[in-house]
Write a protein of this length. Structure first.
Length: 113
């Protein structure tokens, strides 16, 4: 019951996204003995969700894409690195919702012309 009363931002901030995507990058680069699979799932799930939503927005709804990823695609590992760089470059924004920050990172990395 208490969980339902807490604001969503407490669970989905840029701080959480940064922590979890840092863990995902550590897993890709170092293959630690005890990886945090919850963090990996959160980060990669967010990356997949944001990129899929962008594609659906453009293809299914006929709207302008929020960002224009490479035609070859964007894998979750590459996406996580883009988001982590953006979050580290914009620490004053970490209180914002992680989804909004991920979209902002992709918009900066892959602007539509």
């Amino acid at each position: 019951m208490i969980l339902a009363l807490l604001p969503g931002a407490a669970f989905a901030s840029g701080n959480k996204l940064l922590d979890h995507c840092n863990a995902a990058i550590d897993f890709m680069d170092n293959e630690p003995a005890n990886p945090d699979f919850g963090a990996l799932g959160y980060c990669f799930g967010m990356m997949q969700g944001v990129t899929n939503t962008n594609a659906m927005y453009e293809v299914q709804l006929g709207k302008d894409a929020l960002f224009c990823a490479p035609e070859a695609g964007l894998n979750n590992g590459q996406a996580a690195r883009i988001v982590v760089k953006y979050l580290k470059d914009n620490p004053k924004e970490l209180h914002r919702h992680g989804t909004i920050l991920a979209i902002s990172a992709f918009m900066q990395a892959y602007p539509c012309e």
